[in-house]
Design a protein around this ligand. Structure first.
Ligand code: GAR
Length: 210
């Protein structure tokens, strides 16, 4: 049984989260908004990026500390995370594979969002892959990070029926809308609700059930 945050016991009144990104940062922005409006009761400690990218500008706008990871990126990633000791590490378009030793060290505290219904279309450019494949249904997956690429236990999926008239850009927009609506909510659940992972199956545990 896992429970990432327990007020008081965890030494703070709010759970600490860190976000890692590599791109424009629209998911990071929604998470930062949810934190700043109090919908997501957590402290957004910092943003980690592995390159110059749009997410840095968003961090500046929200007054959130950011770090451009120096080489080798996983060493500085680990050093910063180790210092902050966050309850959850949120990957939001972070285009790096987390090395096995870090997955082991932080499991199950690293969460990722992927713009397809996994296990379909893992890896890069999932929306393009799904569009070009001609799928009639695609969607969004949020999962715990394990040692594989986009293979970890699935926490949440939302399906989207693809209209045949849509352009790639329209599909991208619909997928991002789903991500923006749901990622921060899944993060909130993950911080506050008990859960278990058996094999590769993730399951919420109700308080009453414990
Ligand atoms: C998002 O669509 C996210 O699902 C995807 O990168 C995009 C980042 O956009 N992640 C992956 O493909 C991970 N394999 P953003 O920078 O605007 O949040």
């Amino acid at each position: 049984m896992y429970r990432l945050f327990r007020p008081g016991v965890s030494g703070s009144v709010k759970p600490r989260i860190v976000v890692a990104a590599s791109g424009r940062g629209s998911n990071f922005e929604k998470i930062a908004e949810a934190v700043s409006t109090g919908l997501l009761n957590a402290t957004l400690e910092c943003l980690l990026v592995d390159r110059e990218c749009g997410a840095l500008e968003i961090a500046r706008n929200f007054g959130i500390r950011s770090y451009l990871l120096s080489k080798p990126w996983h060493k500085s990633f680990d050093e910063i995370i180790d210092q902050i000791n966050p309850h959850l590490i949120v990957l939001a378009g972070f285009m790096r594979i987390i090395p096995e030793n870090l997955v082991e060290k932080y499991f199950p505290r690293i969460v990722n969002i992927h713009p397809s219904l996994l296990p379909a279309f893992p890896g890069k450019d999932a929306i393009v892959q799904a569009y070009e494949y001609g799928v009639k249904v695609t969607g969004v997956t949020v999962h715990i990070v394990d040692k594989g690429v986009d293979t970890g236990p699935i926490i949440f999926q939302k399906a989207l029926e693809v209209d045949e008239s849509w352009s790639l850009e329209q599909l991208e927009e619909k997928i991002h809308q789903i991500e923006h609506e749901w990622y921060w909510r899944v993060i909130r659940e993950l911080l506050y609700r008990p859960f278990e992972i058996v094999g590769r199956k993730f399951r919420w545990l109700d308080e009453e059930g414990l």
